[in-house]
Design a protein around this ligand. Sequence first.
Ligand SMILES: Cc1ncc(COP(=O)(O)O)c(C=O)c1O
Length: 491
Amino acid sequence: MSQQRLTPLYTGVKNHAKKDPIQFHIPGHKKGNGIDPEFREFIGENALSIDLINIGPLDDLHHPHGIIKEAQELAAEAFGADYTFFSVQGTSGAIMTMIMSVCGPGDKIIVPRNVHKSIMSAIIFSGANPIFIHPEIDKNLGISHGITTQSVEKAIEQHPDAKGLLVINPTYFGVSANLKEIVDIAHNANIPVLVDEAHGVHIHFHDELPLSAMQAGADMAATSVHKLGGSMTQSSVLNVKEGLVSPKRVQAIISMLTTTSTSYLLLSSLDVARKQLATVGKQMIENSIQLANKTRDEINLIPGLYCVGKEILGSKAAYDYDPTKLIISIKDLGITGYEVEVWLREKHNIEVELSDLYNILCIITFGDSERETKALINALQELSELHQDKIEARETASVYVPNSPTLALSPRDAFYSETEVISFDYSAGRIIAEFVMVYPPGIPILIPGEVITEENINYIQENLYAGLPVQGPEDATFKKIRVIKERRPIQ
Ligand SMILES: Cc1ncc(COP(=O)(O)O)c(C=O)c1O
């Protein structure tokens, strides 16, 4: 544990910069001397002095043998992994590595349908065939939870030859399944468990939070240290337990997917974030749990608003939850979550994590204090007063979540097929060759290979109309969509 106070990578990089070496190597701005002066002044000379490259003393993320290796080993110890790989390409890079480490062309992988687009990208790159599990839908909130133990059992029974099972734990909204049971079921069938832990770096460091992937015995976890663990944006880790997966193959694949110009600012920030989590993380997370719980209670006193708490637990897919996520249902105000997002921005200079048709999501971390949560509560109070007439007039507001579309072609086959562009409004019944998603959260409404339905078209239009960031297709206006070309008999 005392070793966890060390930061070999950050200290090594800082000491190197302190020596002020004469640099005849990239980056060409040379400690900031050649960078735009206004940017230099803003960003600061210290940051620029450690914007370095993989020269000898600074080790190499592609072949770690020095300070990066030491930092990764300390991270593995902190996360309870056998090996930790640093990613400078976000959790997306780590997720693609996980999938490509276990799947090749034609291999089956069991995944929930509500996965992040990086998982679908990896499925296309690897040529794997997704076996979709339908996630549990919360019809009251209009959000998807995780997958149930029973659905995993069923999927493995039907596809015992699957090369991997991917689980999102916890979800963007902080809900988690019974991961330990799911891992045991998969391991009984010799199937490795890959966890998308983008929203759960902190759960490993506090007993009251859901079990982390490594605690549950999963084989790999792609974990966003940058999202909730205090490192810089884009820096993540891939944690690995040896046995069903080969760390050597993981190293080879992460290296294939990673830039050769790895940022030492990002890498150093992973080293210090790990130190902070391992040494004082528990107390810091405890403070954020308490702050979030207090904020939740106060929001729940505001008419027309509902901030989700532990009462949602008990369904098969909602086994545990992370109270630092404030899911605030605003549907009874008669406006959309996106309208609330914009109103908070314009009237109160408050930015939320995400919004959808029915909710906003605010995250509380150890970067927050009562100053921020009070501002949120005051703003929500004002919002509620503004919409009081609608709260009184409204009966129970209903939410709508579309069914999962049918997959007619493997995503890779669809992606590489001959395609044509047609009118989006008249595309029902055709097989889509593009992704359509709302980002955030980045969960595809349609993926290449799925059959478009009227329901999908209406749902996408509803999201567009509400102003939500629907993206994916080449035609960002959604007038046109790329579909698989149909071959008709020549007349
Ligand atoms: C569930 C989930 N998985 C993976 C990712 C990808 O993480 P990153 O942005 O670090 O690449 C995200 C990002 O929003 C996510 O929400």
